[in-house]
Unconditional design. Structure first.
Length: 157
């Protein structure tokens, strides 16, 4: 591939991940942002090597799908998790377009790892609150039964 496939300025200015790969998923080119987020040595890696293990099955399906694209055709957005240079996986909404019969351009917008971590933290807190509400409801039912028995006993005496 020539250096003109991704113009330098466009690649430098873009906040999105931009990857050029062959139809088998071998990364041939990447913009600056992609290398910053996924590692400087991504050229020559396969797309599957960049994905978090939780996205391998979906990633294989994505690769099969984009291999069938005819030149000029694009895919719908797929949500895949990439192993970033940070510890948290990057949640990327990625689309593909066929540049030719052999090459694909992948463009993806991502959520910063901090946002993904906060999202999972909120989910965990929500789950904990749900459990506490269930426990409170059970305790309320138990106390209601005790009050009912006390009232019943009080009426008897």
């Amino acid at each position: 591939m020539s250096d003109s496939v991704i113009p330098t300025l466009f690649g430098d200015l873009s906040h999105d991940l931009i990857l050029i790969c062959d139809k088998d998923g071998l990364i041939r080119e990447a913009n600056v942002r992609s290398r910053q987020l996924l590692g400087e040595d991504i050229i020559g890696s396969t797309l599957l090597q960049l994905l978090s293990t939780m996205s391998h099955t979906k990633g294989n399906a994505f690769l099969r799908h984009i291999a069938t694209l005819s030149p000029g055709a694009t895919s719908d957005a797929w949500e895949l998790f990439f192993d970033g240079s940070d510890t948290a996986p990057l949640c990327v909404s990625i689309r593909a377009g066929a540049l030719s019969a052999d090459y694909r351009v992948l463009i993806g917008g991502y959520e910063p790892p901090q946002l993904t971590s906060l999202y999972h933290e909120v989910l965990a807190i929500n789950s904990e609150l749900t459990n506490l509400i269930r426990q409170l409801s059970k305790e309320q039912a138990r106390l209601s039964n005790q009050i009912e028995r006390l009232m019943s006993t009080y009426k008897e005496y």
